[in-house]
Design a protein around this ligand. Structure first.
Ligand SMILES: Cc1cc2nc3c(=O)[nH]c(=O)nc-3n(C[C@H](O)[C@H](O)[C@H](O)COP(=O)(O)OP(=O)(O)OC[C@H]3O[C@@H](n4cnc5c(N)ncnc54)[C@H](O)[C@@H]3O)c2cc1C
Ligand code: FES
Ligand code: FES
Length: 493
């Protein structure tokens, strides 16, 4: 298969067209903005996607639709932004200095103290306002999970968010008024060519399409795949790792497809948490809480489910849930495809069942069957934007007498990989779903797991938590009605 190649990355930066033919493979958008373009409104706080000081909006075209999302510029690589529209805080005020409604609201409600975090808050609130001009407090809190203010100005910032529409009409916003023109420009930039810039370790590639990606990976198995870069970004900014050559995939629409068949839900490996949210929470409402607590809004906009599984982390949030649901990966190498159950994909810490040059193309999640009880619990030190200490998924089927017919229990944070609790499952299967069975099964956790002590949690805490989560699952599924003690499930749509 022959594809045409272009040797430059092109995008819109505010109202300017940028074309770069000399670009380090892992230059971050933040460094590019601040150092190369002297756009210093975008701040650097943590350089690891946590604080939101570097928030900008990125607009991308899918099927002719232009969508703007907040992203962390500190962990987003410039090369991945081909054919996108980057909007920084400098673009908000009018040329005559008139403040944007979000900025006015921040000023009028005294929502800025030291001001370091303020540009990031402004950009996150701008992103929220464009999608939801009259947000409820819960929506605002969710949109700001990824923005930290050390001066604790949150109450005032929430008041600002509530009052933006009183200061301007979202339909009159420049990004709405200019939409048709921007779409036209991005359509021209999106020319369907493979993009290749640089050589050797500094080589970056944006394949023309998924077939081109497969061909490239087969020929270059040592290249680093970068999807949302919410993991890989930190390898560069925190661990100073050299990861080139780099192959970016976030522009590949084929990897962002979502479909359903009689068996279940199929998510392309490049589907972000944000794009998956409506369908995941509709088909698996028990995943709503988990989904709302993965990263902050910026991380959910960038991060992909494929990346969460492929990285092999023992503390990723989706693997326990996906194992619980019996999900499988569609792996592809060249033209060859194979399917692997996610629970079998994780071999040992740092080792997954992935051949050189192979990549994750999609994830297939079977529907829950009638009568299957299912829940996932994420336990972390902080409610919002924190990595799990322990994450447990439970799927139990009872027969008509209330005896456990089948059980799948999977945990993250308890071993070197996400792992099933086989002994606990065996202690449940064939026994009545009641207190004594649960007590016995709780003891079996020690046979399944010998967790580590680290700064997130001690081994004892992890074991006790896992046991208590089984009890919680039992209590939540045995009352007169199912009760879920979750913060977000009922409240956030
Ligand atoms: C501030 C912050 C908060 C976070 N919070 C959470 C959280 O609450 N829960 C959680 O689970 N994670 C969290 N993460 C981690 C991260 O967001 C997730 O693991 C995310 O799903 C990674 O997806 P990505 O697309 O960004 O992956 P990338 O960083 O692009 O890639 C991750 C790994 O997957 C590989 N990869 C990507 N796509 C493919 C593919 N198609 N085929 C083969 N390999 C592939 C890459 O080569 C790399 O090894 C957080 C990260 C940050 C920065
Ligand atoms: S600098 Fe903190 S999230 Fe980017
Ligand atoms: S105003 Fe000081 S960190 Fe937010």
């Amino acid at each position: 298969m022959q594809v045409e190649t272009r040797n430059s990355v092109r995008f819109l930066l505010n109202d300017k067209l940028v074309e770069l033919s000399d670009l380090p493979a892992t230059q971050t958008l933040l460094d590019f903005l601040r150092i190369e373009r002297r756009l210093r409104g975008t701040k650097e706080g943590c350089a690891e996607g946590d604080c939101g000081a570097c928030t900008v909006l990125v607009g991308r075209l899918t099927d002719g639709q232009l969508t703007y999302e907040s992203v962390n510029a500190c962990i987003r690589f410039v090369g991945s932004l081909d054919a996108c529209h980057i909007v920084t805080v400098e673009a908000l005020a009018g040329t005559d200095g008139t403040l944007h409604p979000v900025q006015k609201a921040m000023v009028d409600t005294h929502a800025s103290q030291c001001g370091f975090c303020t540009p990031g808050f402004v950009m996150s609130l701008y992103g929220l306002w464009m999608h939801n001009p009259n947000p409820a407090v819960r929506d605002i809190e969710k949109a700001l999970q990824g923005n930290l203010c050390r001066c604790t100005g949150y109450a005032a910032i929430i008041r600002a968010a509530e009052s933006v529409s009183a200061r301007g009409n979202a339909n009159n916003d420049p990004l709405v008024a200019e939409r048709a023109r921007v779409i036209e420009q991005l359509q021209t930039l999106k020319d369907g060519k493979r993009v290749e810039v640089g050589v050797g370790k500094e080589r970056l590639i944006l394949p023309a399409n998924v077939d081109d990606f497969a061909t490239f990976m087969e020929a270059n198995p040592g290249a680093t795949i970068v999807a949302g870069s919410t993991d890989v970004g930190l390898w560069v900014t925190k661990f100073m790792r050299e990861i080139g050559p780099v192959v970016f995939t976030s522009h590949l629409d084929e990897l962002r497809l979502i479909s359903m068949d009689d068996e279940g839900l199929k998510l392309g490996a490049g589907v972000s948490y944000t794009d998956a949210y409506p369908v995941i929470t509709r088909i698996f409402p028990d995943l709503t809480e988990l989904w709302n607590r993965i990263g902050g809004e910026q991380v959910r906009n960038m991060g992909t489910i494929g990346g969460n599984v492929a990285n092999g982390s023992p503390i990723g949030d989706t693997p326990p849930a996906l194992i619980g649901l019996g999900a499988s990966l569609l792996l592809r190498k060249g033209q060859n495809r194979r399917s692997v159950l996610i629970e079998k994909f994780f071999i040992e810490y740092g080792k997954q069942d992935r051949l050189p040059g192979e990549f994750v193309e999609a994830i297939h999640i079977p529907y829950l069957k009638q009568g299957e009880l299912f829940a996932v619990y994420k336990i972390s030190k902080r409610l919002d934007e924190d990595i799990s200490s322990v994450c447990g998924a439970f799927k139990v089927t009872l027969d008509s007498h209330g005896t456990v017919e089948a059980a799948v229990i999977a945990f993250g944070g308890m071993a070197g990989t996400p792992k099933r609790a086989a002994a606990v499952e065996q202690a449940l299967i064939g026994s009545p779903w009641h207190d004594e069975t649960i007590e016995q099964a709780m003891a079996a956790f020690a046979m399944d797991f010998t967790p580590l002590t680290d700064w997130r949690a001690s081994a004892d805490y992890r074991l006790l938590t896992a046991r208590n989560l089984l009890r919680r699952f039992y209590l939540e599924t045995t009352g007169e009605e199912n009760i879920r003690l979750n913060r977000y499930t009922a409240a956030v749509g």
